[in-house]
Design a protein around this ligand. Structure first.
Ligand code: WTA
Length: 651
């Protein structure tokens, strides 16, 4: 376990919901009672209440073939209709769906009626390009409205999207396109980031040159960055020429509740990312349920803003599917928090009177470093609820968030979940649950969580162990794309029919759950998952590298940071005269191969790595070094003196 709870026990405080908040809260105690009395009945009620079904379901859960769950599987629905058309039909077409803010300061307000029309046009274009039910579409876009439109258009026609974060490299994009066998890529010429245009279409061109399967027939390109790009007439189409000209009539049909909705690649413990598969009815039910109850959504009056990129699962569930299924009005922001000035986020909160803000601890900690003067220049009084996700939020950051951003008395909800869980699993319900800074607290109604010791026995009462989900849940992953064996092995082999999340956790004396970080070789950098194995294999692919070991070292701002230890090939000794330059070259190499988020904070060139007698690298010892600690127990090393040699080289 790599993340420590950085608080003294006596500092734990509890905050009762204020009576005013509780009086207007969407959630109440009865949700817990109903779910405890009849878990499946509870989820069936939620699915019926929150969604519109073309064909009602009669079966709630089929768990006859674990770990392959089916939820509501004889029902049919259209996910895009649930997010769009039905709100227009209910008379809410004029409600703003998206307040979009571009980084350079341009902006667009898009109503539900307009968004519905745009999605219908895009659906017509996709069908015109031959994309049909079950076909995969890769989406590689900046945070512009067309990203949301693309995802919903794909969903509307029963195709399957695979959104790839715009910060990933051509290699990463190519391997995802190949794995999903995508037939279409939707991209933009470029997007804005830190005041500059970053190219996307050129990366797609490069990626398509690298794909091995050649499945991509067309590339649909949104004009955004106005940067110069190459063009292939036979393959490429402009969005503004095709979608804008298409008909806004499109009849959507229902698809089975278990019809695949999307694949999203995430890092695992091996070098190859896993394509996490989510389906329709159960996923949308839990995304909508949690978005409504955890964020206390009043769709007529709230302005909601989740700062996540659509390239991550938070952007899928809490920018696109949850909020739109609930008819929310939300902010979508293209750029970085500090462009063109460090108060940009707070300016946006003031401009749109944002009432609900959902972001990551790493962002909160960077704002803490800059100081409270920056947010205090803006009027943030519209805020009435704050959320956190992606990594443990330390109590200090929690308190700062509540006081400096939230004005001191509004609820902060810390939400634990994963790409695999599809939606929030552990969180307080605002207005109902007492809040405890630093703890994600309690499973949401209808979710069964436990903490097990390594041999599978449940930890009773207070104590620490491994976090598991003990009953299937509606938005659970349905598998790893194309790899059912890896799905079973990764999540189900360890504890039978209990889902192993890969996180350590502790239950305190009140029964509240504290997340303690990953227990596997997955790192969490700025709330983004990275695999040590993937970065190691990238380092080893460099001609200079003989061997590499990567660890996640704790970092004040980003939670963890990538630190690499590399042994260079003896044959390269002549080329590499300057160790600092070699380290820089390797850092650049990883960024180019995987993406800038994977760039190591430090690369140490060493002559040896600490190994056990069986040849396994002892990352624990390297982590001690990377974090500047005294090196721990070295007795299992094949050569116990090796750490002294390495320490000397790292200093
Ligand atoms: C971590 C992001 C502590 C955890 C939604 C998990 C958290 C991984 C929290 C999933 C939280 C997420 N407290 N840790 N509130 N939320 N995590 O798939 O280690 O990108 O396994 O999903 O992030 O990351 P992923």
């Amino acid at each position: 376990m790599t993340v420590q709870i950085d608080h003294a026990l006596e500092e734990i405080r509890r905050f009762r919901p204020s009576p005013e908040f509780a009086a207007q809260a969407v959630a109440d105690e009865r949700l817990y009672e109903a779910a405890a009395a009849d878990r499946l009945g509870f989820w069936a009620d939620q699915a019926r209440e929150l969604l519109q079904w073309e064909k009602p379901f009669t079966r709630t859960l089929d768990w006859s073939n674990p770990p392959f769950a089916k939820w509501f599987d004889d029902g049919e629905l259209n996910v895009a209709v649930n997010c769009l058309d039905r709100h227009v039909a209910a008379g809410n077409g004029d409600r703003v769906a998206l307040h979009w803010e571009g980084e350079p300061g341009d902006s667009r307000d898009i109503t539900y009626a307009e968004l519905t029309d745009e999605v219908k046009r895009a659906a017509n274009v996709l069908e015109g390009l031959g994309v049909g039910e079950g076909d995969r579409v890769a989406i590689y876009l900046p945070m512009i409205p067309e990203a949301v439109v693309s995802m919903l258009a794909v969903a509307r026609i029963g195709a399957v999207h695979s959104v790839v974060f715009g910060g990933f490299s051509a290699d990463s994009l190519a391997s995802r396109i190949d794995d999903a066998e995508a037939s279409l890529v939707i991209t933009a010429d470029g997007g804005y980031r830190k005041g500059k245009v970053f190219p996307l279409k050129p990366v797609v061109d490069e990626a398509l040159g690298k794909t091995e399967k050649g499945t991509v027939q067309n590339v649909l390109v949104v004009r955004r960055g106005e940067n110069e790009i190459a063009w292939d007439d036979a393959r490429d189409q402009w969005w503004h020429e095709t979608v804008s000209a298409a008909q806004a009539e499109h009849t959507a049909r229902g698809f089975g509740a278990e019809h695949p909705l999307f694949i999203l690649y995430t890092s695992g413990t091996t070098g190859k990312p896993k394509g996490i598969l989510h389906t329709s009815g159960g996923y949308l039910t839990q995304a909508a349920f949690t978005h409504k109850n955890v964020f206390d959504l009043h769709p007529e009056t709230d302005v909601y803003w989740c700062t996540a990129d659509v390239g991550w699962v938070t952007g899928h569930s809490y920018v696109v599917y949850g909020p739109l299924a609930n008819g929310a009005t939300q902010v979508l922001y293209e750029g970085t928090p500090d462009t063109p000035h460090p108060g940009r986020w707070w300016e946006i909160v003031e401009k749109y009177k944002v009432s609900i803000l959902y972001t990551a601890p790493t962002a909160i900690r960077s704002f803490m470093k800059l100081g409270r003067r920056i947010p205090q220049e803006f009027n943030l009084r519209s805020l009435r609820l704050l959320g956190s996700v992606g990594e443990p939020i330390n109590p200090e950051a929690w308190i700062w968030y509540r006081h400096v951003i939230g004005g001191g008395s509004i609820p902060v909800v810390d939400t634990w979940w994963q790409t695999e869980t599809g939606a929030i699993m552990i969180s307080a319900l605002p207005g109902v649950t007492d809040l405890k800074p630093g703890s994600a607290q309690v499973p949401i109604p209808g979710i069964s969580i436990d903490i097990l010791s390594d041999d599978g026995t449940p930890v009773e009462g207070e104590g620490g162990g491994l976090l598991v989900v003990t009953e299937p849940w509606p938005s659970m992953l349905r598998g790893i794309w194309g790899d059912p064996e890896r799905f079973k092995e990764t999540y189900w082999e360890k504890f039978g029919d209990k889902y192993f999340a890969g996180d350590g956790a502790r239950r305190d004396e009140d029964g509240d759950i504290w997340l303690l970080g990953r227990v596997d070789d997955v790192m969490n950098v700025s709330g983004h998952r990275l695999s040590t194995a993937e970065i190691e294999s990238s380092l080893v692919a460099h001609p200079w590298t003989a061997e590499a070991a990567v660890v996640g070292a704790s970092d004040e701002t980003t939670g963890q940071a990538v630190v690499a230890f590399v042994i260079l090939k003896a044959s390269q000794a002549e080329q590499v005269t300057d160790v600092a330059e070699a380290a820089d070259e390797l850092r650049r190499h990883v960024a180019a191969q995987i993406g800038a988020i994977a760039r190591p904070r430090q690369v140490f060139i060493v002559n040896e790595l600490p190994k056990t007698r069986s040849g396994k690298i002892m990352r624990r010892l390297l982590r001690d070094l990377a974090e500047g600690r005294e090196v721990g127990d070295t007795t299992t090393l094949a050569d116990t003196s090796i750490m002294q040699v390495i320490s000397a080289q790292v200093r």
